[in-house]
Design a protein around this ligand. Structure first.
Ligand SMILES: [Zn+2]
Length: 757
C-alpha cells in the first residue's frame, strides 16, 4: 500500500490546486510567517484523499465496536498503528469506566391483551454487517437501573416538562405509571429524568415514524430512513449534571481513582428505561385508552393516540451487568517547535453503538486523514509553533467517557496550555455547521474561504454564508446575515466530546461538520453501516475530504499563529444579544403570570371548559419581582468597549504586516488572550452543577443537547428562582468585566508595541 500511496501523494502535490490569494487575511500571522503558513497549507490541502477515507471506514466499521467489545480494542490498536506509521509519536491512554450492558430485557403488554416486544432489529440481506448479531449490543439505554415493574401506561408525547404541564391540565397523573415517550426534541436522558420527577416508575422511549421513519422518507434499505423495526440505542445518564464516568465526577477514572459507590452515583437514571422500535411501540400505544391526545401530540402510526392511563398495563423488567471496563483513548502528539507548552487539541471518538459508519467513523476517518497529512508535512520539514494533540476517543456513546476522563486527568495542563479544542463527530453532505466559541468565528471563516465546497464550486464559506442568508427569517435578520462576514457559530449544548473541554475547563472550542443533505434514520442502530453510508450519505467521501481540509487548516492556523487568532467582536455581540434575551424572558414570564392570574379571576377557565372533556384550571401564581440586571448590563458594556479597543489596536498593529513584538512580548500577549477566554469559566460553576463552569452556554437542564445561553440567569428565571437569577446576573457580570479587564491589558500591550515601532 505505502509505495502506491506515496506516489499518489506526489502526483497530488504536482497537481495541487491554486493556493489561496497571498493577501487573503490570516488572523494572527505577521507578513513573513503568513507566507510560510500559506505554503504549508497548500501542501496540506492536497493530501486528504477520498479513497483513504473510504478505506478507514471499511476497516473501522467491519464489526460492531462499542466500548469494551473485542473490536473496540482492535480498532484502537489499528488507529495507534496508523498514527505511528505516519511518523507521529502516539500512545494509548486507558481509563476504567462504569459501563452496564444488558443481561435481561422484557417489555410486555399484560392487559387488556398480551403482546411481547421483540426488542431486536432484524438483519437485512442487502446490508452484510447487519447480520453480525453475536457481536451487536442488544437494544437498550445505558445507565438505566435494574428494575421489575408492572404498571398502567401513559403516553407523554416527547416527555418534556411542558408535556407534563399539559397532562396536569388534562387531569392525568403519571404517578405509579410507566410512561411512553417519543424520541427527539431533547437529550434522551431528560425523558426518564422528568418522568421520575413526576412519580413514574418506568420509561419507554420509541422512534415515531413521523420523526425519522416512514413519514420522513423511504426507509432502509430502499431509502435512508429508519425501518419500523429500527431502534435507537443510547445513554440516559443525567448529562446536564456532569459528563463522564458516573463514579468519578471531576477526576480522571484511572485504575486507582477514588470511586463513588454505584448506589450514590447521581447521574444514573432513577427509573428503568428501554428503547423501542415503532413496530414494538404500536401495539402498546394502540392499547392505551382514556382521552385522545391534545393537538400536535399524535405521531405517524396508523392509530388514534390516547393519553391513558390504562387500560394498557405493561411489564418492564431489566437487568444489567454493571462492570468497570477499559476505555482506550489513542493520543498522538506533534511537539511544538517554538511554544511546546501551548496545545491545540483535535478529537473525534472511535467507539460506536454498533458498526457506526456515520457516527462516529465518518468524522474519525477525517481525523486519521489529517494525521496522515501532518506526517507528510513533517517529512517535508514542517514544524508547528505550538503542540498539536490528535485524539481518537473511546466510550463517547455511553457518556463522553474517554474525552472527559482524559480532560479531567490532564485538567491542570489543559487549563494552562490548551488554546483550542476542535471536535467532529460524524459527517454528511451539505453546508458546514459550527457550534462553540464565538472567539473562533473569524479563524473558522478565514479557513472556510480557502476550502472548496465539493458540490457547488463555491468556497465552503460562501455556501454556508448563503445558507445563513436563506435561513434567516424577516428582512432585518436577512440583512444582518448578508452583512456578516464571519460564519455563525451556534452556542454549544452537549452531546459530543467537546463537553469537558468547553463546559468544564473553559477552553475555546468548535464542533464542526457538514450536513443538511444527509437526512436519515439509522442513528444508533445496526443499520448505521458501511453499506448505508456508501449508499446514502457522502458516498464519494468528498465531504470527508472537505472536513479534513477544513479542520486540518484550522488546527494548523491555531498551531502556527504568531498571535492567537481569537476575535472578540462576535463574542461581544453575542453577549449583548443574550443580555437582552434574558431581560425579555423575565418580562415575558411576568406578563404571562399576570395574564393567567387575571383569567383565573375572570373565570375564563370555567367559561372555556367542556364538561364532557374537563380540564383543570391553573392556580394563581405569585407575580415575579423585578430583578436587578445592572451588574450584567455593566459587565456586557465593559466587554463591548474593551473589545472595540482591542480590535482597534489589533487592526492598527496589523496595518504594516503585524506588530513589532519580540518573542517575550508575543508570549505575554498570547497568555493574556488565553486568560481572557478562561474568565468565562470560573471555578464555582453553575448552581447545582458546579462541574459545568462555562457561564455563557450549557446543555439545558431540561433539554440536554440543546444549549441554554447564560444558563445561570436564564434557567433561574425559567424555574422562577428570582433571587438566584439576580445572584447569577452578578456572577456573570463580574466574569464579563474580568474578561474586559484582560482585553484592556492586551490592547495596551499592542498599543505600546505600536508606539515603540
Ligand atoms: Zn458520535
Amino acid at each position: 500500500m505505502l509505495p502506491i500511496r506515496s506516489a499518489l501523494v506526489l502526483a497530488a502535490l504536482l497537481l495541487r490546486p491554486a493556493a489561496a490569494a497571498d493577501d487573503a487575511p490570516m488572523r494572527g500571522f505577521t507578513g513573513a510567517s503568513a507566507r510560510a503558513q500559506r505554503d504549508w497549507e497548500t501542501r496540506f490541502k492536497a493530501v486528504p484523499d477520498p479513497d483513504s477515507l473510504r478505506e478507514y471506514m471499511r476497516v473501522l466499521t467491519a464489526r460492531p465496536h462499542h466500548l469494551s467489545s473485542a473490536r473496540d480494542s482492535v480498532n484502537a490498536a489499528w488507529i495507534l498503528g496508523r498514527f505511528r506509521s505516519w511518523g507521529l509519536e502516539a500512545r494509548i491512554e486507558t481509563f476504567q469506566v462504569l459501563f452496564p450492558t444488558p443481561r435481561e430485557r422484557v417489555v410486555e403488554l399484560v392487559a387488556p391483551r398480551r403482546f411481547a416486544a421483540r426488542l431486536r432489529e432484524p438483519a437485512l440481506k442487502q446490508d452484510p454487517t447487519s447480520s453480525q448479531q453475536a457481536e451487536q449490543l442488544p437494544t437498550y439505554n445505558a445507565y438505566s437501573p435494574d428494575g421489575d415493574v408492572t404498571a398502567p401506561l401513559v403516553f407523554v408525547n416527547y416527555g418534556l416538562p411542558e408535556d407534563y404541564q399539559r397532562l396536569e391540565r388534562l387531569g392525568v397523573s403519571v404517578k405509579g405509571a410507566i410512561v411512553i415517550a417519543k424520541y427527539g426534541r431533547s437529550w434522551r436522558g431528560i425523558k426518564p429524568k422528568v418522568a421520575a420527577e413526576h412519580g413514574a416508575v418506568g420509561c419507554l422511549i420509541y422512534s415515531d415514524p413521523d420523526d425519522d421513519g416512514y413519514h420522513a422518507g423511504d426507509t432502509y434499505p430502499a431509502g435512508p430512513f429508519r425501518p419500523s423495526e429500527g431502534v435507537q440505542r443510547g445513554s440516559v445518564m443525567d448529562m446536564p449534571l456532569f459528563a463522564g464516568d458516573p463514579l468519578t465526577p471531576g477526576v480522571g477514572a484511572t485504575a486507582d481513582a477514588k470511586r463513588l459507590d454505584r448506589s450514590e452515583a447521581p447521574t444514573l437514571a432513577k427509573i428503568p428505561v428501554q428503547p423501542l422500535s415503532a413496530a414494538d411501540a404500536q401495539p402498546l400505544l394502540a392499547a392505551i385508552g382514556g382521552r385522545p391526545v391534545p393537538a400536535g401530540w399524535a405521531g405517524g402510526l396508523p392509530i388514534t393516540y390516547h393519553v391513558g392511563p390504562g387500560p394498557a398495563r405493561v411489564h418492564l423488567k431489566l437487568r444489567f451487568d454493571w462492570r468497570l471496563v477499559p476505555a482506550y483513548d489513542v493520543i498522538a502528539r506533534i511537539p511544538g517547535a517554538v511554544l511546546p507548552d501551548e496545545w491545540v487539541v483535535r478529537g473525534n471518538h472511535h467507539d460506536a453503538w454498533v458498526n457506526g459508519a456515520e457516527d462516529p467513523v465518518s468524522g474519525a476517518a477525517a481525523v486519521l486523514e489529517e494525521a496522515r497529512a501532518y506526517g507528510v508535512l513533517l517529512k517535508q520539514g514542517w514544524r508547528p509553533r505550538r503542540t498539536i494533540v490528535v485524539a481518537a476517543w473511546d466510550g463517547e456513546e455511553p457518556m463522553l467517557l474517554g474525552s472527559t476522563e482524559w480532560a479531567e486527568t490532564h485538567a491542570e495542563e489543559l487549563s494552562r496550555s490548551a488554546v483550542a479544542y476542535l471536535n467532529t463527530d460524524g459527517n454528511g453532505r451539505g453546508r458546514l455547521g459550527a457550534d462553540g466559541s464565538p472567539a473562533l468565528a473569524r479563524l473558522l471563516s478565514e479557513v472556510a474561504r480557502d476550502v472548496p465546497d465539493p458540490e457547488t464550486g463555491l468556497s465552503v464559506w460562501k455556501r454556508s454564508h448563503l445558507g445563513e442568508v436563506a435561513a434567516a427569517r424577516g428582512a432585518d435578520k436577512r440583512r444582518a446575515a448578508r452583512e456578516r462576514s464571519d460564519l455563525e457559530i451556534d452556542p454549544m449544548g452537549s452531546g459530543s466530546d467537546y463537553t469537558a473541554f468547553y463546559h468544564h475547563l473553559g477552553i475555546p472550542s468548535l464542533n464542526l461538520g457538514f450536513g443538511g443533505e444527509d437526512d436519515g434514520g439509522v442513528y444508533h442502530s445496526i443499520y448505521d453501516s458501511f453499506h448505508w453510508y456508501t449508499t446514502f450519505s457522502d458516498t464519494s467521501f468528498v465531504y470527508g475530504r472537505a472536513l479534513a481540509q477544513t479542520v486540518g487548516l484550522a488546527t494548523m492556523r491555531l498551531a502556527g499563529a504568531d498571535v492567537l487568532p481569537y476575535e472578540f467582536g462576535r463574542l461581544s455581540d453575542r453577549v449583548g444579544a443574550n443580555v437582552k434575551e434574558v431581560q425579555d424572558l423575565l418580562t415575558a414570564v411576568r406578563d404571562s403570570i399576570e395574564e393567567q392570574n387575571r383569567q383565573v379571576d375572570e373565570s375564563t377557565f370555567v367559561a372555556m371548559n367542556d364538561p364532557r372533556h374537563p380540564q383543570v384550571a391553573p392556580a394563581r401564581e405569585d407575580v415575579p419581582p423585578f430583578v436587578n440586571f445592572a451588574p450584567l448590563q455593566n459587565g456586557a458594556s465593559r466587554l463591548k468597549s474593551a473589545t472595540s479597543r482591542f480590535e482597534t489596536a489589533y487592526a492598527a498593529a496589523w496595518k504594516n504586516g503585524g506588530p513589532a513584538l519580540d518573542e517575550g512580548r508575543a508570549r505575554e500577549l498570547n497568555a493574556l488572550l488565553l486568560r481572557a477566554e478562561r474568565t468565562q469559566a470560573p471555578a464555582a460553576g453553575l448552581p447545582r452543577r458546579p462541574w459545568y463552569r462555562q457561564l455563557l452556554a450549557a446543555p439545558g437542564w431540561y433539554t440536554g443537547y440543546a444549549p441554554k445561553t447564560m444558563p445561570g440567569v436564564r434557567e433561574a428565571i425559567e424555574a422562577k428562582r428570582w433571587d438566584e437569577a439576580e445572584a447569577q446576573a452578578a456572577v456573570l457580570g463580574k466574569a464579563l468585566a474580568e474578561e474586559a479587564g484582560v482585553l484592556d491589558q492586551a490592547a495596551e500591550l499592542l498599543e505600546r508595541a505600536g508606539r515603540g515601532r
